[in-house]
Design a protein around this ligand. Structure first.
Ligand code: F6R
Length: 591
């Protein structure tokens, strides 16, 4: 979380840094700031709000100087206030630091600093860094030597960039456990939490590993190890680039990304058959298969588990990434771990995968964003190919994950081509589902927008879709929502159903129809308002969202669409920005 970027070159830094921050704003958007070095002075501007708001109040992109660092924040330590926004400075106002990660021992360091006379201005963990650098520089150390000296004292994980008016020709960066990409171009040198933050003219990267540091000057980017020894690394071409994503006329990215889904199915299905066959064989041969993921990606994994069992006759388990560590004792070299992550940098996923890898497991990752931490630690990588997903709530990446699991399960029975053909046909059914229902669901959202509790039920392969529908409603429309297997309702949650409580019932006309309908009738008998997502009408529905009939293993790709639309329209009709939900960020790089 938190987006960081630094630039050192011939151009005026602030506008370049600002544009870079715009490209990483999905990482956090509660406050923002930029610091530059100009005429041997440190200039800092920061404020609370989304990047454009802070810029219009403070003029972030108008600060002079050819060296600049910028930050967009997702609060972890300390509330959303201007003093807590980055960059953070030392007592003398000579050093500024931006940081992504968490300094776990910051309280202890902070107490030491205060007892040594430092004035701490914020509640953040980050602020200890500039003060520690200040102490080192007072001893006569250079900025680089100061960073080298303090790095071993920082517990936790970080990627940070530091500048000092005492050395107005450089940016010093360091990383441990958080991403920091180094970019090279004719117009200057960059470091950022995400290479996608770099402008198009950055064509080369210098790989930087944990416990290493980078010094950017007008002349180049130099890498050093933890002892300060210069490292020689081959440059890598920056091959993957998403370019500028815009809303293409849609009011919000979320709607645009939902609407892109017919195409997304085709793009996600454009996979390498040999790679899928190899991975499928590994899965079939493995002593055990574990899928690990968080949030929406985990719901895709739950559909995947079902497909593996139904098609490939291979049972596997899905372990929530934040809980993976507690099961790590059972992982061995006979284990295949599939890690599913749109961003490829979710800290919980990375942590679990590292542990599994250390135990000898084979790692297969299913990722959307190129050049991620997860990519670097995987034996095989499958890309979702769905392009940048800029709304914080995942939609099109979820559909792409479902496509990948469908292909993998059919690869287990040597039927990759058949699966691709089936998916080609489903793309038009996704279109139909959107066309039939978008306006209708908007009207429904106005009817339901004052409700405080929603329930989502389904069975079999669609059960995870119920959970995903509830997650979407919670995160962007701030409505309490629960998704569960329909059969579970009567084991407790039914007590919460009151007259007109909305219950979304996913009941395609398949082998689950009759039993799911019985559960819906039980809810209706307690007064529930039944919103049915089905290709078959029934008199018990209060509101019918009609979907096309498809093969039963492909229903999840269809049934999730109306639930995405419902969450979107509920958010908008309740007056919220679905792209930037409160308290959330797209890449969750903290544990
Ligand atoms: C929900 C959502 C989150 C993510 C979760 C995992 O809409 O976006 O629940 O799915 O944070 O993120 P990735 O897939 O990047 O690991």
């Amino acid at each position: 979380m938190c987006g960081i970027i630094g630039y050192c070159g011939r151009e005026i830094a602030a506008p370049i840094v600002f544009q870079g921050l715009k490209r990483v704003e999905y990482r956090g958007y509660d406050s923002a700031g930029i610091a530059t070095l100009s005429d041997r002075s440190l200039l800092v501007k920061k404020g609370v709000g989304k990047l454009d708001e802070v810029n219009s109040q403070k003029g972030l992109d108008a600060i002079p100087g050819n060296i600049g660092i910028g930050h967009t924040r997702w609060a972890t330590h300390g509330g959303v206030t201007e003093p807590n926004a980055h960059p953070h400075c030392d007592c003398s106002g000579e050093v500024a630091v931006i940081h992504n990660g968490i300094i776990e021992n910051y309280q202890e360091l902070r107490e030491q600093l205060i007892s040594n006379g430092h004035r701490i201005a914020s509640e953040t963990d980050t602020e200890v860094i500039p003060h520690l650098i200040e102490d080192e520089m007072k001893k006569g150390n250079s900025l680089k030597a100061a960073v080298l000296a303090i790095a071993p004292r920082l517990e936790g994980y970080y990627a940070f960039l530091a500048i000092s008016s005492r050395e107005p020709d450089k940016i010093v960066g360091a990383r441990k456990g958080s991403p920091l990409a180094v970019g090279i171009s004719d117009q200057g040198f960059f470091a950022a939490s995400d290479a996608l933050a770099f402008p198009d003219y950055v064509t080369e990267l210098l790989p930087l590993d944990d416990h290493e540091m980078v010094v950017l000057t007008h002349h180049g980017a130099e890498l050093f190890d933890a002892a300060g020894n210069r490292l020689q690394r081959d440059k890598r071409r920056l091959t993957s680039r998403w370019g500028e994503a815009n809303k293409q006329g849609y009011r919000f990215f979320m709607l645009k990304e939902i609407m892109e889904q017919p195409r997304v199915v085709e793009d996600a299905a454009a996979q390498n058959k040999e790679l899928f066959t190899d991975i499928a064989l590994d899965i079939l041969r493995a002593g055990q298969v574990i899928i690990t993921a968080c949030g929406t990606s985990r719901y895709a994994a739950l559909v995947g588990r079902y497909l593996f069992s139904k098609v490939g006759r291979k049972f596997c388990d899905v372990v929530m990434a934040s809980e993976f560590h507690y099961f790590a004792d059972s992982v061995d070299k006979d284990t295949v771990v599939l890690a599913v992550s749109q961003s490829g940098e979710t800290a919980d996923v990375i942590e679990g995968v590292k542990e599994a890898k250390a135990a000898g497991a084979k790692i297969v990752s299913i990722i959307n964003r190129p050049m991620s931490l997860l990519e670097d630690i995987s034996n095989h990588v499958i890309y979702l190919n769905c392009g940048p997903e800029l709304c914080v709530a995942a939609t099109k990446s979820f559909l792409s994950q479902l496509v990948v699991f469908y292909l993998l399960s059919f690869s287990m029975i040597n039927a990759f081509d058949k699966a691709v053909n089936n998916l080609k046909r489903i793309s038009s059914e996704v279109s139909k589902t959107i066309d039939w229902n978008n306006d209708k669901i908007e009207r429904l959202s106005h009817e339901l927008k004052t409700k405080n509790d929603f329930y989502y039920i389904a069975r079999g392969i669609n059960f995870a879709i119920a959970s995903e529908g509830a997650l979407k409603a919670k995160e962007i429309s701030y409505i309490h929502a629960e998704g569960m297997p329909a059969g579970e309702l009567k084991h407790g949650t039914l007590a919460l159903i009151e007259p007109l409580t909305p219950v979304a019932v996913i009941c395609p006309d398949d082998y689950t129809y009759n039993e799911t309908l019985s559960n819906a009738i039980e809810a209706k008998a307690r007064g529930a308002y039944i919103v049915a997502i089905s290709d078959r009408d029934n008199e018990i529905y209060d509101f019918w969202i009609e979907i096309p009939k498809v093969d039963e293993l492909l229903y999840p790709l269809i049934t999730v669409i109306p639930l995405q639309l419902l969450a979107y329209h509920l958010a908008v009709s309740r007056g919220y920005d679905p792209d930037r939900p409160r308290n959330l960020a797209k890449s969750v790089t903290v544990k």
